[in-house]
Design a protein around this ligand. Structure first.
Ligand code: BTN
Length: 256
């Protein structure tokens, strides 16, 4: 059963609504349903807590109170393959947002945002064809904000703004800034998906590292050598073979 109590949040200077909820199952799941019912491009759904937050590759995403869980619907009107770059651009926009608070984020390819080498935020992008035949995207962002500690299995790899800075953050202001940053990013992306390429390359610290490409039970060691123009990851395997790794194809584990 999907929890879907939300209301329109006032005070945003944008065409599409920002919907707000204290607690939802998953903002991506609920917004996809609203999209099927005709929600406008740009609609945002923001929750303070999720009971069934979802991550990439079928994983769950821990979403306790104290974080920002936010999804945005876009109807870009272009073929699905062109929308892949949206996720990378959103990661760059997230970095701009976090940097605005004097912090130094970095991107782990394709779209994890790290602070001090630990995951602060993740992005899940889901594309689907609307009943009118147009392609739509729901891009969901989860940010660990005021979490004090993580369960054992995440303790070595996750961080929150509170843990990184030692202070409690006011969620409303943060979320408003994040939405403004995403709106600006989408405008730039519509003008040309390459708009963030230079920035993405400089922010992505996966390049130059040894990585493990994990897919279908196999784990292939490789070296990340660059970010291609379509934001895919260029790698070189131990045998010297060059490969381009695309979003969703493999899970990349960095070797330090
Ligand atoms: C990942 O790191 O694997 C992606 C995590 C994405 C989590 C966000 S939280 C808001 C939106 N709703 C979800 O159920 N997932 C995304």
């Amino acid at each position: 059963m999907e929890k879907s109590d939300y209301s329109v949040r006032e005070g945003f200077d944008r065409a599409a609504p920002v919907l707000y909820s204290e607690c939802l199952t998953s903002t991506n799941s609920v917004l996809k349903r609203l999209a099927a019912d005709g929600a406008a491009s740009g609609t945002v759904l923001w929750a303070r807590e999720q009971t069934a937050g979802r991550g990439r590759l079928g994983r769950s995403f821990l979403s306790p109170e104290g974080g920002i869980y936010l999804s945005v619907l876009w109807r870009p009107g272009c073929p699905p393959e062109k929308t892949v770059s949206l996720t990378a651009c959103a990661a760059a926009a997230l970095c701009r947002w976090i940097e605005g608070y004097g912090l130094k984020p970095e991107i782990k390819w394709p779209n994890d945002v790290l602070l001090d080498g630990k995951k602060l935020s993740g992005i899940l992008t889901e594309g689907f064809t609307a009943p009118d035949g147009g392609f739509s995207v729901v891009l969901g962002i989860g940010v660990n904000v005021n979490t004090e500690s993580f369960p054992e299995e995440l303790a070595d790899t996750a961080v929150s703004l509170r843990m990184a800075t030692g202070r409690i953050w006011e969620l409303d202001g943060l979320a408003r800034e994040l939405i403004a940053q995403l709106d600006g990013m989408y405008r730039l992306w519509c003008a040309g998906p390459g708009a963030f390429l230079k920035e993405y390359r400089s922010r992505c610290t996966t390049t130059g590292h040894e990585v493990l490409l994990e897919s279908g039970g196999l784990s292939i060691p490789a070296r990340a050598v660059g970010i291609n123009d379509d934001y895919s990851l260029a790698v070189e395997t131990a045998g010297g073979e060059r490969r381009d790794v695309r979003f969703g194809e493999v899970s990349v584990r960095m070797q330090h």
